[in-house]
Design a protein around this ligand. Sequence first.
Ligand SMILES: Nc1nc2c(c(=O)[nH]1)N[C@H]1C(S)=C(S)[C@@H](COP(=O)(O)OP(=O)(O)OC[C@H]3O[C@@H](n4cnc5c(N)ncnc54)[C@H](O)[C@@H]3O)O[C@H]1N2
Ligand code: MOO
Length: 412
Amino acid sequence: MSLLPVEEAYRRLVESASPLACTETLPLLRLARRVLAQDVLARRTQPSFDASAMDGYAVRSADATAPFRALRVVGESAAGCAFTGTVEPGEAVRIFTGAPVPKGADAVLIQEQAQVETDGTVRPTASVDFRQYIRDAGIDFIEGETLLANGTWLTPGAIALIASAGHTSLKVLARPKVAILATGDELVQPGEPVGDWQIVASNSFGVAAMVAEAGGEIIDCGIARDRAPDIDAGLTRAIDEKADIFVTIGGASVGDHDLVGKVFAARGVALDFWKVAMRPGKPLMAGRLDELTIVGLPGNPASSMVAATLFLAPLVRRLAGLPDRPLYRQGLLGAPMPENGMRTDFVRTRLQTGEDGAVRVIPLPRQDSSLLSTYARADALLVRPPSAPPARAGEACRFVVLDEWKGLAEHN
Ligand SMILES: Nc1nc2c(c(=O)[nH]1)N[C@H]1C(S)=C(S)[C@@H](COP(=O)(O)OP(=O)(O)OC[C@H]3O[C@@H](n4cnc5c(N)ncnc54)[C@H](O)[C@@H]3O)O[C@H]1N2
Ligand code: MOO
């Protein structure tokens, strides 16, 4: 099989995917980072009464025009406790922010513009306009109004709006379930004794963190030995647990112990592609087994993380119903780059924002795909297209931010 261009692999694996049909009903405190699976209509009007926007006095605006006369304070309206009488000419009602404006009053005189006399009356020191500092009933929303449409990504603001509109729980899209299986005789779980020739399985944890951030739910299938029945059992578990995506790590290349592809073939996985023209991450595999999407990540740590960044995380976001996040950004090369080979090179880099506001993309010194120390230090992947000619520092380039929080908080 020839190497598939990165863009074509993205089209096939990510762009062809659509949000899951599964929904669940969740309470307000669990709605963060979810996507609505229903329209949200206001169950009430907010505010349901004319409310004061300031602390002061509810007055008739005609009474607050020069020459100012003292007004008799006939009561108090506080938030949650209304004055039920009527403000007559020459009268005022002490009022606080959020409190109902009493009948008769048509403006709020802020207390900074009210002189309290020794006899308890108040004298305006400035005029107030008709309806000044009054929030009209329904100014935020009106009962029955559609506030949020099906498919909306629930931001903290949206969740507050939902609560205000009188809802306690809502229907949202289920999170895609992503089963992750590490493969390899050399792997031990973190915390287990590491024997001769062994290493700690690390990729599954990096990939799981990425999947969770993209809105997925993890099914940890642990480590499979380099034996077909072990890998097969992982796949069976993914199916039994109704995973939407089955991710394998390692065993994707051409070695005698790289069995993932063989197991998939034996199980009837329809392989869409194997091997993408990228470095690192070349032996990436994608296919389907009925409703299950299969993603075979390469084992080298940087390879699996880069492939997961470019394909798996966007796929999870798609299934979760989240908006696509633009992967590629523009910057300037922070160092000269040599001519590139046939695969798109994703170079682990630091980002630096100059005084001119431009983001400079600076390659880290050691790029071997086994190096997690380099990967973890990187902010971004510099994209070097296939066969790119040598480039000078300062030339325009594209890069992929590895972690939105780290990458953008520090550099945009
Ligand atoms: N003759 C060839 N050899 C290789 C080729 C090739 O085209 N021809 N491709 C190379 C490339 S590129 C990559 S990438 C690797 C990927 O190989 P696999 O996907 O089969 O990965 P493994 O061989 O299982 O492991 C590679 C490496 O990564 C370590 N590993 C595996 N899983 C984990 C894990 N969960 N956590 C941490 N580290 C892991 C493993 O111990 C190996 O050191 O193949 C090249 N070879
Ligand atoms: O693609 Mo491999 O990922 O070059 O190390």
